[in-house]
Ligand binder design. Structure first.
Ligand code: ZN
Length: 289
């Protein structure tokens, strides 16, 4: 799932390649992706793309005062395309959700980008609004993980009941962190994902803050400047525990373990994070009973 570093990198990429160009047409291929109807998608046609911003994990394209806001969800991505086909795509076929055509420059074929989503569970969402705050998910966002200061972060956690994994991934508490980077941040902070957010010592809370900043900064450094197509691979190569179940922890050599939930899972290192004790995995224990 694209999280803060990937969306920030896409933002930087689009600023460099798309800002200043005119949106000539927008093709909708996945009808369920569009969540607004006024203004219509067609209102973007003929307008210049004047800016790109990120709000948490949302991408916000400012098209001369109208905003095309995108949430890539779990399996969505943005693919930069050169020489886009002029024929409209067939709706409902394949991973394509939305295609944005930009005007040609210096006589080259028109460029643009595709928003795609793999898999059968579709969550990619697109909004056309006059202000990004009209998107409910944007309006509810907590402070951005890259911008929140140390004291505010510590206060947010202290006021939060529930486990750290849930707190870090709650966009209304802190914006931008999802399943992958929360695993990475907790590993770097040497904290259990099941530890209660409001039970952290000052030292632990500061360690978590520093781990959050360092993990996101490293990921950003790897990704910004990458071509949009190669970013996902870069994300994988930088991970220490996320999606590495059964592999050795790069820090201590212990085996990375997993806890599974109904539709997601988390990974952690017992030696680094839980005093060597494996966490209970309800699904596994059900299977073994
Ligand atoms: Zn370890």
């Amino acid at each position: 799932m694209p999280e803060l570093p990937e969306v920030e990198a896409l933002t930087a990429f689009l600023r460099e390649h798309a800002v200043g160009r005119v949106v000539t047409r927008v093709d909708l291929a996945a009808v369920q992706a569009i969540k607004t109807f006024d203004p219509p998608l067609s209102a973007l046609g003929g307008l210049e793309l004047t800016g790109v911003a990120r709000h948490g994990k949302f991408l916000d394209l400012d098209v001369s005062g109208l905003h095309l806001v995108v949430h890539l969800a779990r399996a969505g991505w943005l693919h930069w395309r050169t020489g886009l086909p002029t024929a409209p795509p067939k709706p409902g076929k394949g991973p394509l959700a939305l295609r944005v055509h930009l005007d040609s420059q210096d006589g080259t074929p028109p460029d643009g980008f595709d928003l795609t989503e793999q898999g059968t569970r579709k969550g990619l969402a697109v909004y056309v609004v006059r202000s990004p705050a009209e998107v409910p998910g944007v309006a509810r966002l907590g402070p951005d993980a890259l911008e929140v200061d140390r004291d505010a972060f510590v206060a947010l956690l202290a006021g939060r009941s529930g486990q750290l994994k849930g707190a870090l991934t709650d966009q209304t508490l802190i914006a931008g962190i999802g399943n992958a980077y929360s695993d990475e941040i907790l590993h770097a902070a040497r904290l259990s994902p099941f530890k209660m957010a409001d039970k952290l010592t000052d030292d632990e809370a500061l360690r978590l803050y520093d781990a959050m900043r360092a993990t996101l900064a490293e990921a950003l450094e790897r990704q910004v400047g990458q071509r949009a197509a190669t970013m996902k691979g870069e994300k994988r190569s930088g991970l220490q525990v996320h999606a590495r179940t059964g592999l050795p922890c790069p820090v201590c050599g212990d085996t990375v373990r997993e806890v599974s939930f109904a539709d997601t899972s988390l990974q952690y290192c017992p030696t680094c994070q839980t005093g060597g004790k494996p966490l209970a995995d309800r699904r596994m224990s059900k299977l073994l009973r």
